[in-house]
Design a protein. Structure first.
Length: 103
């Protein structure tokens, strides 16, 4: 399983990675977690079908996570995505990109 975490705050990015690793270890799952500090870096590395899960922050410098999610959906990407953010403001908008979760 390949997971992408896109979060601009490094401590949050590494915390998400560590939580994912702990979950995968506890459930005997083999997974690769790729970390990205901005949406443009994620989109540059992205290829269809590469990731089975995306965790996106909403507020990042440059392109927001919501904008990146819209672009991915417009390209036909169907992998589950979860927004991880401190803002409740975009929760309803997450339905528009078929988010699996909003944390």
């Amino acid at each position: 399983m390949w997971v992408a975490v896109c979060e601009d705050i490094s401590i949050e990015r590494f915390l998400l990675r560590d939580m994912l690793h702990a979950y995968f270890f506890a459930h005997s799952l083999n997974a690769q977690v790729d970390l990205f500090s901005n949406a443009q870096a994620l989109l540059s590395a992205f290829s269809p079908g590469k990731y089975q899960l995306l965790l996106l922050d909403i507020y990042m410098p440059g392109m927001t996570g919501m904008e990146a999610a819209r672009l991915l959906r417009e390209r036909g990407e169907i992998c589950p995505l979860i927004f991880s953010t401190t803002s409740e403001e975009h929760a309803l908008n997450s339905y528009g990109v078929y988010a699996s979760g909003y944390l």
